[in-house]
Design a protein around this ligand. Structure first.
Ligand code: ADP
Ligand code: MG
Length: 350
């Protein structure tokens, strides 16, 4: 970590709380029609007319959710926003505003927070959301970031986890497992670095999966695509904890069962090669790895022709009656029960 004794860096104490807030937030302008008042008063004022509002929050804690020895602060700020926007899109809603709250220790100079906020600002710009508030406080040790995202949708467009029906198709966007394998590579390099700091790792073969871990994107493009294709999913969830636990959420809340096909799960070639290198089964990673922020949804069979040719969407199975249970059909055509491990669990096992 950056030393705050270094003269190049500015102590947070120099600015004081209000100076710091002013410094970090002056870059934010207002673009959304629904934002009446952003940063600067006791509360933001929003006006959504006749829309329905979705609200979601995530809390990220240093050394639990991120490790600053390999996650650059700029990427961290970006990711803290993305993980929240992903939850908004998973409702088939559009994100409009965020608030950003931070707790920092004096170990962090101003320049570190500038980097963090550069990442926040970049995400806000790309996804067209206004930063309308937050809170700033001190912490005795690490860094804590909490982002709240607000979004809007027409009532009839909202998609819940609870709407899946037997015979619906299970569809996933993009590919999965990359973020988890990216983390494995970076943790390995961190260990190598501890032993031999001179060693310059060649990360070229892992660029895609490392980016999936450090700088994920939220699939706003997918909800726009679905709108264009005139497909309204019957249920939807974002993949933050792994395919298994997300499909279980859908099945439990929809009161249905599922059959997923191992050979249909979309994997990037870099995930496959890295799994081979680490001697881990790529299906286990796809099922239990996390943080891919893809969308998992169910669609009615009638909508299949509309999505069939789309490279961003892959059908990986179908919904059954509840009494059929939840199974993965392996390449060897065996039905294996789907259980939620969550990515922390596989991490502890490894
Ligand atoms: P209060 O004392 O009412 O909590 P603050 O002085 O903390 O007010 O905040 C002043 C303004 O700056 C408010 O609009 C608040 O939402 C915003 N704000 C404070 N901290 C942050 C932050 N870390 N990021 C973005 N906005 C912030
Ligand atoms: Mg405050």
């Amino acid at each position: 970590m950056i030393e705050d004794k270094n003269p190049q860096y500015t102590d947070l104490e120099k600015l004081g709380e209000f100076g710091l807030i002013e410094h970090l937030t002056r870059q934010f302008d207002i673009k959304q029609k629904s934002t009446i008042k952003g940063i600067g008063d006791d509360a933001a004022i929003l006006d959504f007319k006749s829309k329905q509002i979705v609200v979601t929050t995530d809390l990220l804690i240093e050394n639990i959710h991120f490790d600053l020895s390999y996650a650059p602060l700029k990427h961290l700020g970006y990711k803290a926003v993305i993980v929240n926007l992903s939850d908004v899109y998973a409702m088939n809603a559009y994100a409009t505003q965020i608030t950003v709250s931070i707790a920092v220790s004096n170990r962090f100079p101003l320049e570190a927070l500038e980097d963090l906020y550069a990442g926040v600002a970049t995400a806000a710009k790309i996804y067209n959301v206004d930063v309308v508030g937050g809170d700033t406080t001190s912490s005795t040790t690490g860094l804590i970031i909490s982002v709240t995202a607000i979004g809007e949708a027409n009532k009839e467009d909202l998609v819940l986890r609870s709407g899946a029906k037997p015979n619906d198709l299970v569809v996933v966007s993009g590919d999965i497992g990359g973020a988890y394998m990216g983390l494995q590579v970076m943790e390995r390099e961190k260990e190598v670095f501890k032993v031999n700091p001179q060693n310059q790792p060649d990360l070229e073969p892992y660029t895609y999966i490392i980016e999936r871990q450090l700088k994920p994107e939220a699939r706003k493009d997918i909800i726009e695509l679905l709108k264009d294709l005139q497909v309204k999913p019957t249920s939807m969830i974002d993949i933050s904890d792994g395919l298994s636990s997300e499909i279980i959420h859908i099945c439990k809340q929809s009161d249905v069962g599922v059959e997923l096909y191992e050979n249909k799960i979309p994997l990037d070639p870099q995930v496959i090669s890295t799994c081979e290198e680490f001697n881990i089964d790529s299906t286990t990673i796809a099922l239990n790895g996390g943080e891919d922020y893809e969308l998992l949804m169910t669609i009615s069979q009638e909508d299949y022709p509309k999505i069939k040719a789309n490279p961003n969407l892959t059908v990986i199975g179908y919904i059954t009656e509840k009494n059929r249970g939840m199974h993965l059909i392996t390449r060897g055509e065996q039905a294996v029960p789907i259980i939620a491990k969550g990515w922390n669990a596989i991490k502890n096992e490894a």
